[in-house]
Design a binder for this molecule. Structure first.
Ligand SMILES: NC(=O)NCCC(=O)O
Ligand SMILES: [Zn+2]
Length: 498
């Protein structure tokens, strides 16, 4: 049997624009034929998908595998993390290179790429965070875009004294993104106010996990979201807000979109699946396991409202921010919540959480599910239709989705390295029963069969569709500026009072 060759029979192909019954043939990792009644050639592997959907392999736009962070390293590495991904139907992840302040971007990129290449079980790509600003950073951004397949750079407005950049730095970074055709991404929280809020909570003796949310309430997320969007619009460059966690931030995004600003919003599985009241749980380990930034909001309406925004297309694609730490690591903050490593799981359960809370609740159609879990991400990050679509010539990354099969999510059965699952006990109906990466089955019948290191790095070219129309918009905007009435003033410049 040729590697990367498989025939899927009798499924219902679902893309973001239509669905139809068909067989699908993948040869050498690429989709070769989509039609009814494809005859199996001798020896070809055949998968029966009767009564099941065939959806494009999921895309998780936001992971942090083996991230060195807050004095420790996240436990899902590129091997375990991508195993968990494919077990849940995700076949392409985009992780973040995060250079330390002063570190060469290229050096950090090379380091991350080495880590990933030796371990990934599915295809991947890399965003790069910009944690400082200089001529060197500006030059290295260009090299990353032109020679290393990067088309997205993230700024942190939080994590004062480590990753955080100032508004002025962000302005310069956004300008550079625009020149290079890269999308600017932002972690939007007011870092100065978070820092002050943390001190206040600790002064008041609030040292437990609940102090995390109390010190960074949703107003700080909404304010920073607004600021980031306004700065990006001053530069007239597309901006993508990562992990939109609050109704306030989503409202801000929606308002600017209505005014024609080019802004994209990424909800995450955590925010769509659970609420942040867990941080008030009296079991410290349980409460700490939910600590991530921006916080999962305690307001129980949040997950519903974020899903409504996603359904209306005012939020775009679902990531996870998968960044997992075991109880012992979380315990670094046992006496001080500011030292609890921030991060939760999500990469394995993302697709089922979106299906359960979106499709099963009557909010998303099958096509919208595909849009939210793969195709919109592929468009925004400029790998569409290679990824995010089942069509001739696209990568053979396909998920057999059983809309009738259920499972109850648990740390005891998940494929993460972490000892906790924030979705513990949630029953989902709609799961990936077979996951195919480049024409190879990597997950079937509850068993993984992936090959460590077999995933490919996918370069992402600049000036993707998010830049469509920007040039013309600038021409018009500059034209308006030129038309500003600048006739010579009459009258004295100052009027001296006698
Ligand atoms: N989000 C989080 O809590 N951890 C990972 C780092 C980040 O994205 O802020
Ligand atoms: Zn993140």
């Amino acid at each position: 049997m040729t590697k990367g060759t498989i025939l899927i029979k009798n499924g219902t192909v679902v893309n973001d624009d239509r669905h139809f019954k068909s067989d699908v043939l993948v040869e050498n990792g690429i989709i070769k034929e989509i039609s009814k009644n494809i005859e199996p050639k001798d020896g070809i592997q055949v998968v029966d998908a009767t009564d099941k959907l065939l959806v494009p392999g999921g895309i998780d736009t936001h992971t942090h595998f083996q991230l060195p962070f807050m004095g420790t390293v996240s436990v899902d590495d590129f091997d375990i993390g991508t195993q968990a991904a494919v077990a849940g139907g995700t076949t392409f992840i985009i992780d973040f290179v995060i250079p330390t302040r002063g570190q060469s971007l290229l050096e950090a990129y090379d380091q991350w790429k080495r880590w990933a290449d030796e371990k990934v079980n599915c295809d991947y790509s890399l965003h790069v965070a910009i944690t400082w600003w200089s001529e060197q950073v500006s030059k290295e951004m260009e090299i990353l875009v032109k020679e290393r397949g990067v088309n997205s750079f993230k700024c942190f407005m939080a994590y004062k004294n480590s990753f955080m950049v100032t508004d002025e730095e962000m302005y310069h970074i956004f300008k550079r993104c625009k020149e290079l055709g890269a999308i600017a991404q932002v972690h939007a929280e007011n870092g100065d106010m978070v820092f002050e809020g943390q001190k206040k909570m600790l002064d008041m003796g609030i040292t437990g996990p609940e102090g995390h949310e109390l010190s960074r309430p949703e107003a700080l997320e909404a304010e920073a979201t607004n600021r980031a969007i306004i700065i990006a619009d001053r530069v007239s460059t597309p901006v993508y807000i990562v992990h939109v966690q609050s109704i306030g931030a989503a409202d801000v995004i929606c308002k600017h979109r209505k005014e024609g600003v080019r802004v994209y919003g990424e909800p995450i599985a955590a925010g769509l699946g659970v609420d942040g009241s867990h941080m008030w749980n009296h079991d410290w380990r349980h409460a700490a396991a939910f600590v991530m930034g921006p916080p999962i909001r305690p307001d129980p309406r949040t997950k519903e409202v974020l899903m409504d925004y996603l359904a209306r297309g005012d939020l775009d694609c679902v990531g996870t921010d998968n960044c997992t730490f075991c109880a012992e690591q979380k315990a670094l903050g046992k006496d001080d919540f500011t030292k609890i490593p921030n991060g939760v799981n999500g990469v394995e359960d993302r697709m089922s959480i979106v299906w359960e809370n979106g499709v099963n609740k009557g909010k998303l159609t099958w096509c919208q599910f595909v849009r939210a879990t793969s195709s919109e991400a592929a468009r925004i990050f400029n790998v569409y239709p290679r990824k995010g679509r089942i069509d001739i010539g696209c990568d053979g990354d396909i998920v057999v989705w059983d809309l009738n099969q259920s499972k109850t999510i648990s740390k005891d059965t998940h494929h993460h390295a972490v000892d906790f699952n924030i979705f513990e006990g949630i029953k989902v109906t709609g799961i990936a029963t077979t996951t195919i990466v480049a024409g190879n089955i990597v997950w079937s019948n509850n068993k993984l069969s992936c090959v460590k290191g077999s995933g490919q790095f996918v370069p992402r070219p600049p000036f993707g569709p998010v830049f469509d129309g920007i040039e013309q918009r600038d021409i018009v905007r500059n034209e308006l500026l030129r038309k500003v009435d600048r006739k010579p003033y009459d009258g004295p410049v100052i009027q001296l009072n006698k």
